[in-house]
Structure formats: C-alpha cells, structure tokens
Design a protein around this ligand. Structure first.
Ligand SMILES: Nc1ncnc2c1ncn2[C@@H]1O[C@H](COP(=O)(O)OP(=O)(O)OP(=O)(O)O)[C@@H](O)[C@H]1O
Ligand SMILES: [Mg+2]
Length: 386
C-alpha cells in the first residue's frame, strides 16, 4: 500500500496499469491457493495410499540383491524372484514384508531364526533334581544310562562301535512325572535343556510347524551337548489320517519334517532327543521305528510304595505333626497320580493354616484327600479332581 501511495497521483494510464497489476496479483494468489489446496489433497491421498500399502495382509520375501534407485530383487516364499520398489533401506538377506498388489517393500521383519528360537524354551539348568522325583527309580536309572552316559562319555560308544539309542519316548497317564523326570535329567547331566511343547507349536505357529522343527533341531546341534525335549509330542506326531482339512495337511508336514530330522541325526550322543506323551495309542507308528524314537520308557501310575515316596517328596519342606503316617496315606490313595498327591499335600497345608495350626496333622491330610480325591460308590472306579 505504501508503495502505491508513494507514486505521484497521475491520472490516466499509470493508475490503470497499477490496478491491472493488483488484479493480476490477486488472481495469481488465488491460483496458488488452489494449487496449494490440490497439493494438500494429494499429500493426504498419498499418505492414505501408503497406509494401505503398509496394512495387512502383506507378502513375505527375502531380499536377494539391491539395485540402484530403490530397486530390489526379492525372492518370495514360493521361490519366484521379483524386481520391486522399496520404501525403506534394506540389505541382502533381510526378511521383508511386501504389499500384495505391487510387491513394494514396506517394512523389514525380525530375523526368522530369532522368532523361532523364542518358541523353544532353552533352560540351561532346570532347578528340579532326581530327589524331587518319587518312585521312578527304574526309569531314572534307564534314562541315566541312555542319556547321560552318551552325553558325558561319547567315546565309550565309539570304542564299542555302536550308536546309543537315538530317541527316547516317555509315555504314560497324565500327572505321573514325565516332564518332571526330563527336567531332573537335564540338570544332572549338565547339558543344555531345550524344551518345546507340541501342542503349543501347533497352536502358535500355524503353517510353519515344519520350518520350526527344522530350526529347533539346528538350535539343539548348536547348543550341544544338549537334550532336546519334545513334550506332548502327540500333537505333532499323531497317526496320519486322510487329509481332509488344511490343518491335517499342516500337521502331517510337521511330522514328516520331524521324521526327516530324526533320520538325519547321526551324532554320537551330543544331542539327545526325548519325547513325552500321554497318548501313545494315537502316535504314528512311523515315529517309533528303529532309528527314531526307538527306546520306550513307561511312566505308569504310582503303586503304593511309589505313592509313599511321592508323599515324602512333597512333605519334605512341610512341618508335620507326629501322627502323620505317610504309609497309611499311600494306602488310602490307590489310583491317584503324582500331581494329585502333590495337591493333597498343598491342601492339607491350607487346612492347617485355616485352623491356625503350626504343624500339619493326619486330620488335615484326611480332609485334603476327601477334598482332592472323591471316591465313587463301592465297586466303581474312583473319580479324581485336581
Ligand atoms: N513321580 C513324581 N514324584 C514327585 N512329584 C510328582 C511325580 N509325578 C508327578 N508329580 C507332581 O505332579 C506335577 C505334574 O507332573 P508332570 O508334569 O511331570 O506330569 P506328566 O507325566 O508330564 O503329565 P502330562 O502327561 O499331563 O504332561 C509335577 O510337577 C510334580 O509336582
Ligand atoms: Mg508333561
């Protein structure tokens, strides 16, 4: 405005010229405002497109080679290679997620190995010892012979010229100490203990069971001497049925991989494989063939003497009154498993606490048995609640 006023007021052309100039500038301004509006819109559109690009479901691939100008060669999971664009910086070997439509790389994924290894529970030293296991002396001795000996002294087998049994399968009803036994074994034999649970693998890693089995065996070899414990193995090694659903096919693939890993395993003793199941009846016979899980160890329901020992284990740290008779308790709990006996001991302790007692007496144990184990009418089988 100042500059306009500063111009001497000359009538005629000069004024007109300036007015025209103002109009021009106003129009230019409007044009720019429109462009600005359009560009803002475009940014918004691109942002939402980018968001769409990044949203699931995405394809997974592995970066093979980096070319110039954000161009990358990617190998997809089915083996085909693609030349794609990348929105981020990547390196060869990275696992990446790509948009389904145009295969643009939108993000980098964690290394597959790290993710899989998380599925296995690597316990270097479990806290359980053989002293915590009641009444399975024969099983403990057998396990020591076929697991500990080859781990500690592989040369003994080499000298004689035989391979120690490859896989050991513990089987028997629930709650009788299979998992407990293997934990104690891992502690005593000073090997790395790797535990995977079959039912969890099937649930958490749908579609990847076979890959996972492969990685876990690799891990076991890396951490040798090690004990690879596959608990609840029936979830991945059930008898192969007619494949009717995708889920069945998936379980079958996992089983095939497990068999392949077992067959490819020739180390003398550095890695021991132990499986456990309470459903040996549904296992695929292929898994029990020589050279696979070829040593079966039964972990049965405890008999009277074993029950007494289990009572001993679980009352070891309890303050017991003089009248407590573990022999009698063992006699009374015919048919109970180890887990139930443990529950009886805990419950007896709870009764004592409720009564404000300083020690746990026979009375509390009897009440606990009544609470944990409900007997049926005479002549019928007992029913147990845990
Ligand atoms: N023989 C035993 N001695 C001492 N405690 C036992 C024994 N058996 C079972 N228990 C107790 O019961 C708990 C459960 O046992 P464990 O998990 O070993 O059973 P399992 O045989 O593996 O059962 P599942 O087939 O259901 O997996 C143990 O943590 C332990 O406290
Ligand atoms: Mg178990």
């Amino acid at each position: 405005m100042d500059s306009i006023e500063a111009i001497p007021a000359q009538p005629g052309t000069r004024l007109l010229e300036l007015e025209r100039k103002i109009k021009e500038l106003e129009m230019e301004n409007r044009r720019l405002e429109i462009t600005n509006y359009e560009l803002t819109n475009r940014i918004r559109r691109l942002e939402s497109e980018l968001k769409k690009l990044k949203s699931e479901p995405l394809l997974v691939g592995v970066v093979e080679e980096i070319l110039s100008k954000g161009k990358v060669i990617v190998k997809s999971s089915n083996g085909a290679q693609f030349l794609v664009n990348s929105l981020i910086n990547v390196l060869p070997g990275d696992r990446v997620a790509m948009n389904q439509q145009n295969l643009t790389i939108v993000k980098r994924l964690p290394r597959e190995r790290d993710r899989f290894v998380k599925a296995a529970e690597v316990i270097e030293r479990p806290r359980v010892t053989f002293d915590d296991v009641g009444g399975l002396d024969r099983q403990i001795q057998e396990l020591r012979e076929i697991v500990e000996l080859p781990l500690k002294n592989p040369q003994i087998f080499e000298e004689i010229g035989i391979d120690p049994p490859k896989g050991i399968l513990l089987y028997g009803p629930p709650g009788c100490g299979k998992t407990l036994l293997v934990k104690a074994l891992a502690r005593e034999s000073e090997a790395t203990f790797i535990r995977v649970v079959g039912s969890e693998l099937v649930r958490k890693y749908i579609g990847e069971g076979a890959k996972l089995v492969k990685q876990i065996f690799e891990l076991a070899r890396e951490k040798a001497p090690s004990i690879l414990f596959i608990d609840e193995i029936d979830a991945i090694a059930a008898r192969r049925m007619e494949e009717t659903t995708g889920g069945d096919r998936e379980v079958n693939r996992t089983l095939m991989q497990l068999l392949a890993e077992l067959d490819g395993f020739n180390e003398r003793g550095e890695v021991r494989i132990i499986g456990a199941t309470n459903r040996i009846d549904i296992l695929d016979p292929a898994i029990l063939r020589p050279g696979r899980f070829d040593r079966l160890i039964e972990v049965p329901l405890p008999d009277e003497k074993a029950r007494e020992q289990i009572f001993k284990v679980h009352t070891r740290r309890m303050k017991l009154a003089k009248d407590v008779n573990l022999k009698k308790l063992a006699k009374m709990t015919e048919g109970a498993n180890g887990a139930e006996i443990k529950a009886v001991c805990t419950e007896a302790g709870m009764f004592a606490i409720r009564k404000g007692k300083k020690e746990v007496g026979m009375e509390e144990f009897l009440d606990a048995i009544e609470k944990v184990i409900v007997y049926a009418e005479e002549g019928e089988e007992a029913v147990y609640y845990t």
